[in-house]
Design a protein around this ligand. Structure first.
Ligand code: SAM
Length: 440
């Protein structure tokens, strides 16, 4: 009897740990000692399995349950093993006999008595669902698909696919769904506010064994060996900022001039704050940023990060609600709203998002987004810029929010300069809209 491979066994252990600790897959994988014992290849496979089985969770359960007796209950660790095997079978193109026998062995390793059930279920999936998915893929490729096909191909909830089609049109929605389970690139940005170190980041990344390659944006690098980044200390010292190309594009598109006053709403951990300071520094000198974040822990972490980045003298971190900004803050040359959103442009990087979202999340968030935009607009100086950004693909969080703002009293005196989504292959999708205050 073949035993489950070491990569699959490791993936099963990690999936179980994730479930027990309620941890996010990415956080768990970052600190997982189990992975260190694996070869580079096995490590990559185990990571792919954990990320994929998490991202596809709801669809894998639908498929598995369609072959169980009604009301049958699965032990959580048996379900984990079946999810891994089903993901392998359907989405990684494993040879069916290999995926089935490996899945059975995985189940046997945690619950020997469930091996027979696993064998029956996985055989049925191999017989029925592999060809059904291939047919759905063909229809998506030829543009003759419906929402169910899109949901199967991307292992996504149908309601989300429906909204993606309404927001993006069929062609871009198909590309978005197909990319949902694909691994994304590992990108870093240089801290360009720290000029001497920023200039040699490529060298430092090489020395750390990260295999950097220069990216298409100033200070951007893709990493061939991203696992080497954490131990290098470059992130801790804020020489390098782990940051997808789409997020880098958004920050660079705002590029404050030296000496400008900037208000950032939704600072999070401060990645874009450093990028904004870096853009100003590259243009000749620092800008002055007031960065607002409502989450206390994040705000405190951002403040510490600004110290480590060497820009604390130019950045004031405020923990408060961006909807109630104090007028004593004055006005700003640039107000940048990095709005909380569904994150539907980052599914491949954040595998919990798709099946964790409630159907009313876009509406709930768009109300908050509109309020943040209106409050931020009040702090824009005459002639100043207002930039609204999300990492969502959905029109209700993007275009609709900007349109509602422009047609409301808060939007009087603002003009839309440009708006659109980022479109780097193998990267996240962000939305950014640039407005100017034309009247006082
Ligand atoms: C898209 S994330 C920010 C990402 C961050 N700017 C970066 O570059 O890493 C949005 C942030 O807005 C914060 N937020 C949510 N509601 C807010 C509110 N009412 N006022 C201020 N910040 C808020 C969230 O806590 C979250 O950190």
């Amino acid at each position: 009897m073949a035993r489950a491979t070491v990569a699959r066994s490791c993936a099963l252990a990690l999936l179980g740990e994730r479930r027990r600790r309620g941890a996010r897959a990415r956080d768990l994988l970052r600190g997982a000692n189990e992975l260190d014992a694996l070869s580079e290849r096995d490590r990559g496979f185990a990571v792919r399995l954990v990320m994929g089985a998490t991202a596809a969770e709801g669809e894998l359960d639908r498929v598995i349950e369609s072959h169980l007796r009604r009301g049958a209950k699965l032990e959580p660790r048996v379900r984990d093993a079946l999810r891994l095997a089903t993901f392998d079978l359907l989405y990684l193109g494993a040879r069916p006999d290999v995926a089935v026998s490996q899945g059975v062995e995985l189940v046997r390793s945690v619950a020997p008595r469930a091996a027979g059930l696993a064998n029956a279920v996985l055989h049925r999936i191999a017989e029925k669902d592999v060809s059904a998915l291939a047919a759905a893929r063909d229809r998506v490729a030829s543009g003759t698909f419906d929402v169910c096909d899109l949901a199967r191909v991307g292992a996504l909830p149908e309601w989300l696919c429906e909204r993606a089609v309404a927001s993006l049109g069929t062609e871009r929605a198909a590309a978005w769904a197909r990319a949902a389970l694909e691994p994304v690139g590992s990108w870093v940005a240089a801290n360009r506010a720290r000029v001497t170190r920023g200039q040699s980041l490529c060298h430092m990344l090489e020395e750390a064994g990260c295999e950097p390659a220069e990216g298409p944006l100033p200070g951007s690098f893709s990493l061939g060996a991203p696992a080497r980044l954490a131990p290098s200390g470059l992130v801790e010292r804020v020489d390098a900022l782990p940051c997808d190309l789409a997020a880098q594009e958004v920050a660079l598109s705002c590029a404050p001039a030296p000496g400008e006053r900037v208000l950032e709403v939704g600072q999070g951990r401060g990645t874009k704050t450093v990028l904004l300071e870096g853009a100003a520094a590259a243009a000749g000198g620092p800008c002055q940023i007031v960065a607002v974040e409502s989450d206390e822990r994040r705000s405190a972490r951002a403040a510490a990060r600004m110290e480590a980045a060497g820009i604390a003298d130019h950045v004031q971190c405020l923990c408060c609600d961006g909807r109630g900004l104090d007028s004593s803050l004055g006005t700003f040359d640039l107000v940048f709203i990095d709005a909380p959103c569904t994150g539907t442009g980052t599914l491949a990087r954040h595998p919990e998002i798709a099946w964790g979202l409630e159907e009313n999340a876009p509406e709930r968030l768009s109300a908050l987004q509109g309020e943040l935009l209106a409050a931020g607009a009040r702090r824009v100086a005459p002639g100043g810029r207002l930039v609204y950004a999300t990492c969502s693909i959905l029109a209700e969080e993007n275009e609709r929010v900007v349109e509602a703002f422009l047609s409301s009293p808060a939007g009087a005196g603002f003009e839309l300069v440009r708006a659109g989504r980022t479109s780097w292959p193998g990267a996240d999708t962000h939305f950014h809209a640039h407005l100017v205050r034309v009247r006082g």
